[in-house]
Design a protein around this ligand. Structure first.
Ligand SMILES: Cc1ncc(COP(=O)(O)O)c(C=O)c1O
Length: 420
């Protein structure tokens, strides 16, 4: 098939999928790293999103918009659930949710008995943190680059139960995996019960060696909870291969599901030890569903997860990862080493993907973000985190981002650095 035919076919498939099975077969032999540079191909995908011309959106790390096919399916679910109302809730809701959960478990490489659908990473990980029967003097290990909501949840447990939090300081550009593993290892004591680690640090995009950290922690008898908010559906991996005990993710980030969709994985043999937040005497202690009794909720959001999975799988996670890394490298390579420009993200492409953080010496992050928006129409977010030593703007392209858009960012950074 010629590329022109490919584009025509792709553009016409009913659910608006990126790759139909036949096209997938055609492209199966094209290495993801090569396809990552095929602008015509990614231009087709860009057409599946409704994008504003008011600004260039390089802040897709907070919430990443749904593609139009997924959004249409979501709106259909809203209408259909509303139309059938309680009849739907009483007769179909449970089966439909089980089907979505089973499908999601497959994407995660886990079993449905290890997965629940939540509203977001915060709910997922806080459910685990609150689920421990903390005793005075128990310890947990985490890092200064972890997400604030989880750090606060640990602080809450410390106030309530007298447990102790040990916060390690992570290097921004490590020489080896071992350097990171050692930082965590040094904080473990005989009283440590749980270690939290980000798979991808949200403020810098740094991808941490989760498997090695899990192996080290387990050899000391410590459970590991992975914050996978940004890793899930951006990086290619199966959760069980990480070797963790718990994993939480937000599906409204890289899976492209509607707002308010998340996932919690609990390894089968760890379910029984967690206390649920909400009571449900009808569910056995060993059933992960006990962690999911949240009452009546917007089920249409959960239903659309299945559509987001279809869209995601039509592209393929390895292709997504390669394209996103390519986009990040496209702009960081142009500014790394430029006087006054400070990259807060590792240079090694294996240690990062879509997200990177850049600052300008002498310019406050908030001023940089505001100036990029006002002068160059580039939307980013300021990160001014003294505890983590990260001062810059976080730049997060998505699959629909073009290299030309990133070049606008590069021009802005260079001009501002030269005049700072
Ligand atoms: C690393 C990390 N963990 C947790 C969260 C919380 O995600 P949510 O607000 O979807 O619960 C975020 C949000 O950006 C994050 O970046």
């Amino acid at each position: 098939m010629h590329k022109r035919d490919f584009l025509r076919t792709v553009g016409s498939v009913s659910l608006g999928m990126m790759f139909t099975p036949s096209i997938l077969a055609r492209y199966a032999a094209v290495p993801a790293e090569h396809l990552a540079q095929d602008e015509a191909c990614w231009g087709v995908l860009r057409g599946k999103y409704r994008l504003t011309s008011d600004y260039i959106n390089l802040e897709n790390g907070y919430y990443s918009m749904q593609s139009e096919p997924v959004l249409d399916a979501f709106v259909d679910h809203v209408r259909s659930v509303n139309f059938q109302a309680s009849r739907y809730m009483r007769t179909r809701q449970v089966d439909d949710k089980l089907r979505v959960r089973t499908r999601l478990a497959k994407v995660a490489g886990a079993t449905p008995e290890e997965i629940i659908i939540t509203r977001n990473t915060t709910e997922s990980l806080d459910t685990v943190i609150a689920g421990y029967d903390w005793k005075t003097g128990d310890e947990a290990v985490m890092s200064n680059q972890d997400y604030g909501a989880m750090l606060d949840m640990f602080k809450l447990q410390a106030r309530r139960y007298g447990m102790v939090n040990r916060v390690v300081s992570l290097p921004l550009d490590p020489r080896s995996d071992d350097e990171i593993v050692q930082v965590y290892a040094n904080a473990i004591t005989p009283r440590t019960r749980l270690l939290m680690v980000c798979h991808m640090v949200n403020i810098t995009g740094h991808v941490l060696p989760v498997r090695a950290i899990c192996d080290m922690a387990h050899s000391r008898g410590v459970d590991v909870m992975v914050d996978g908010a940004h890793a899930f559906a951006q990086l290619s991996f199966a959760i069980p291969d990480l070797g963790c005990d718990y994993f939480g993710a937000s599906l409204h980030k890289w899976l492209g599901a509607p707002l308010g969709a998340g996932m919690l994985y609990v390894r089968k043999d760890k379910v029984a030890q967690l206390w649920p937040i909400y009571g449900d005497e009808g569910i056995p202690e060993t059933d992960i569903a006990k962690l999911n009794h949240t009452g009546t909720h917007p089920v249409h959001t959960d239903l659309a997860i299945e559509n987001a999975i279809e869209f995601h799988e039509s592209i393929g996670v390895a292709r997504k990862e390669a394209r996103l890394r390519h986009l990040q490298q496209h702009w960081t390579k142009q500014v790394r080493g430029t006087p006054r420009i400070v990259l807060n993200t590792p240079a090694d492409p294996k240690r990062c993907c879509a997200i990177a953080n850049v600052g300008i010496a002498g310019m406050r992050p908030a001023d940089l973000a505001r100036t990029l928006l006002e002068r160059y129409k580039v939307w980013t977010v300021a990160i001014d985190n003294a505890a983590a030593g990260v001062h810059g703007v976080r730049v997060t392209p998505q699959l629909f981002t073009t290299p030309a858009e990133l070049d606008v960012l590069v021009r802005g950074l260079k001009e501002l650095a030269a005049s700072a």
